[in-house]
Ligand binder design. Structure first.
Ligand code: PEP
Ligand code: MN
Length: 264
């Protein structure tokens, strides 16, 4: 067992009776797309909005995010709708820019968790800051890189840390875009007992029809929350089009999920 100095993932007014849901587009594309999506998600009782501003694409020459200007759009979501906002950071400049724009929660992506230098740079930029940080598993199935990233962020003084399971890259793709290898997040929770664990069915499944069954499996395994990509026009999304769902579809998936307490 690894003893870390953690606190529960709490934010004022956040409903923690049910699994926490974070939703929003893979990428912020325009102010209109961001605001429209957020409004529709709020109607589905989503309280935390996500959108990628800096997109770590595996290959060059595809959409790499709108950059810093998207942070102002997230601020508008927060001001106009009162939703919590979250975005991915991959270096100290991102952290500085996101904090300047009052982003509520930051996350470290799978391509950053693999790199201890980058994680340490982010940790150093967070010194003295009290903000929840979500740490996705590394793209490769190396639990120690995941644990190491969590330790680095915790050592800087951050106590509200969430681990996000987004599956693992494997050479031979099968059903999943990223193989869930559920035993790895379960092992993580055995090693770091108090860490809240969320599931990202969008990046595990890679396709719309897998969002519901993967979310249910996560809840059956007692995960604490879900991060799901949602776009007002998924077919025309600039990144991860095949896995994004509309806010309405998200709403119906969420209302069909069976919670553990309801199972008996
Ligand atoms: C994302 O959340 O859009 C993303 C890039 O995810 P990951 O780091 O899990 O690939
Ligand atoms: Mn994505």
């Amino acid at each position: 067992m690894i003893e870390l100095d953690l606190m529960p993932f709490t934010l004022s007014g956040l409903d923690t009776e049910r699994p926490i849901v974070i939703a929003g587009p893979c990428s912020a594309e325009s102010e209109e797309q961001v605001l429209k999506t957020a409004k529709k998600l709020q109607k589905q009782d989503v309280q935390i909005f996500r959108a990628g501003i800096w997109k770590p694409r595996t290959r060059p020459n595809s959409f790499e995010g709108v950059g810093k200007k998207g942070l102002a759009w997230l601020q508008t979501v927060k001001k106009e709708l009162g939703m919590y906002t979250s975005t991915e950071v991959a270096n100290s400049q991102h952290v500085e820019d996101a904090l300047k724009h009052d982003i509520d929660i930051l996350w470290i992506g799978a391509r950053t968790t693999v790199n201890p230098f980058a994680v340490q740079e982010i940790a150093d930029a967070l010194k003295g800051v009290d903000i929840p940080i979500m740490i996705k598993n590394p793209i490769n199935p190396d639990i120690n890189l995941w644990i190491g990233a969590i330790e680095r962020i915790n050592q800087t003084g951050i106590k509200r840390i969430v681990a996000i399971h987004r599956g693992f890259n494997v050479y031979n793709k099968s059903l999943y875009r990223n193989n869930p290898k559920w035993h790895i997040p379960i092992e993580l929770r055995l090693q770091i007992r108090d860490i809240p664990l969320f599931c990202d069915p969008s990046h595990i499944g890679g396709k719309r029809e897998l969002i519901s069954p993967i979310s249910q499996q996560a809840l059956d395994l007692n995960f604490d929350g879900l991060m799901i990509e949602s776009h007002i026009d998924p077919d025309n999304a600039l990144s991860d089009a095949s896995q994004q769902i509309t806010p309405e579809t998200l709403g119906s998936i969420l209302s069909d999920l069976i919670l553990r307490d309801e199972k008996v």
